[in-house]
Ligand binder design. Structure first.
Ligand code: C2O
Ligand code: CU
Length: 489
């Protein structure tokens, strides 16, 4: 069966070369699940909270007994979690103490263009950096040195967002080395629901990494186009699964409901998460852009890079002493995370049949339609990936999009690509000519588009005029130019 024979092929990129660690790896389920610390503001004003983050190298123990040098927000992998209120502005001063330029993007954020992390709006480390950014010129960007302020109005529904590096040509290696973290937006609508909270609400960021013998990250050498290594070309997948930065961790739970906010921050790997033994299921309550209207039950959860699934899992179906393991079915039931059911406990949570109400967007007559075609290709001197036959050029806007009106965007791909749009979430209208897929419900900002399949979405941009991006969230594809600018007007 070839990829295009099979519209449902889970992942061509996983058919690519697997990076194998040279370091001794621990037995799974030895390391406790870390929970990233919640970032504290340095100051709180009327309507806004002010934070300061230092991007720095740090030497951290990921594999027991070995040190790994990371690039981390506050020296952490993952970075600290921002836990913010809808409608209250978050202002973050990012300080670059690395030796490489960075750009911070709030993924899923309704963010003014100046703070959206345009790949050439670089934050340079003080006193020079490692040379120029790939073969692109650095002109056209708003470049700052030392520190830079990012302003997030959080004028959006409660949702599981995340932030990560977006530097031109180097997003993949810099995220791989640690530049990612959670940004959780909360609101009154969600707070009113009787959902699990406190230590029964777990943010879980899954990502794969490989390690050299000395514990340092293994990553294919910088891709000097045109001699691109094929491992790089397809997207980098690796043999160690990290959850919240720990290899195949273990977490003790009570026999009650838990809320898991699952983020796939892998560069290129997809997961089909399942429990190794029943009866637990995933009851999905939210997606990228916040609560669904009604819960959806899944036996397995297919999650592409950058997607988020907000799910409730009911451990009361297990006995104290039971162990239940989250596995990835796409890779032959490989381990991800183990839960140890430690004790019984009272549980006053519920999953309401109605979670939220939002307008299901009708397709307006005479709507503006745009097609975005994601394919392999050589364009503009690149060997790599293209959108509508063009390699990313920061000087070229592929579309001018009017604010405040719905558009119907069609995504078409040659192989499997997770497609992400900045600034506004969208609703999936149809997949492959039929209805929506099992994982397409709610407001999405990233949708996994399979070979020879068209995904139609309705999207409306509001409030912010400027330059934004649509791109593939396989980060190696993104760095290899599978990105396009559009301008909201
Ligand atoms: Cu998560 Cu343009 O990125
Ligand atoms: Cu792609």
């Amino acid at each position: 069966l070839t990829l295009t024979d099979c519209g449902l092929d889970p992942s061509p990129s996983q058919a690519g070369e697997l990076l194998r660690s040279e370091a001794p790896l621990p037995e799974p389920f030895q390391v406790p699940l870390p929970i990233p610390p919640v970032k504290k503001p340095v100051r709180t004003g009327a309507g806004a909270d002010y934070y300061r983050v230092v991007q720095q190298k740090a030497s951290v123990e990921i594999l027991p007994g070995l040190k790994t040098e990371i690039l981390g927000y506050d020296g952490l992998l993952p970075g600290p979690t921002f836990d913010v209120r809808s409608g209250r502005t978050t202002v973050i001063e990012q300080v670059n103490r690395l030796d490489v330029p960075t750009a911070v993007h709030l993924h899923g954020g309704h963010t003014p263009a100046a703070s959206d992390g345009w790949p050439l709006d670089l934050l340079m480390p003080p006193g020079g950096h490692e040379g120029h950014s790939g073969h692109h010129t650095m002109t056209g960007g708003d470049v700052k040195t030392g520190s830079r302020r990012y302003t997030y109005p959080n004028t959006q529904r409660a949702a599981t967002l995340w932030y990560h590096d977006h530097r031109m040509d180097y997003t993949a290696p810099q995220v791989y080395r640690g530049l990612f973290g959670f940004h959780l937006v909360r609101d009154d609508e969600e707070d009113r629901l009787p959902l699990p909270a406190g230590d029964r609400e777990l943010p879980l960021v899954i990502a794969d990494r490989a390690f050299a013998e000395d514990g340092s990250f293994l990553y294919p050498q910088a891709k000097d186009r045109p001699g691109v290594e094929s491992a790089y070309m397809e997207g980098v997948i690796a043999d160690v699964t990290l959850v919240n930065g720990a290899p195949w961790p273990v977490h003790e739970v009570a026999a009650v409901r838990y809320r898991l906010r699952i983020l796939n921050a892998a560069n290129a790997r997809r997961y089909e998460l399942a429990f190794d033994k029943g009866p637990a299921k995933f009851v999905q309550i939210g997606s990228d852009g916040g609560l669904l209207d009604a819960p959806i039950e899944h036996d397995t959860l297919v999650i592409a890079p950058a997607e988020r699934f907000d799910v409730i899992v009911d451990f009361s179906q297990y006995q104290p002493g039971d162990e239940v393991t989250l596995v990835n079915k796409l890779d032959g039931d490989t381990n991800v995370l183990r839960f140890k059911v430690a004790r019984k406990a009272a549980d006053d949570t519920r999953i309401p049949a109605r979670l939220s109400t939002y307008a299901v967007v009708p397709e307006p007559a005479g709507i503006v339609r745009r097609k975005w075609k994601f394919s392999r290709g050589d364009a503009g001197g690149h060997k790599g990936w293209t959108i509508n036959g063009k390699a990313f050029d920061p000087e070229v806007m592929q579309a001018q999009v009017k604010l405040d009106q719905y558009e119907l965007w069609s995504f078409v791909t040659d192989v499997h690509h997770p497609v992400h749009v900045h600034l506004a979430p969208f609703q999936v209208l149809s997949r492959g000519g039929g209805g929506i897929g099992a994982y397409d419900a709610g407001w999405k900002d990233t949708v996994d588009v399979r070979p020879a399949e068209v995904v139609d979405v309705l999207v409306k941009f509001t409030a912010h005029k400027g330059k934004y991006l649509i791109h593939c969230h396989n980060l190696e594809h993104e760095d290899m130019a599978m990105m396009a600018g559009f301008e909201t007007i």
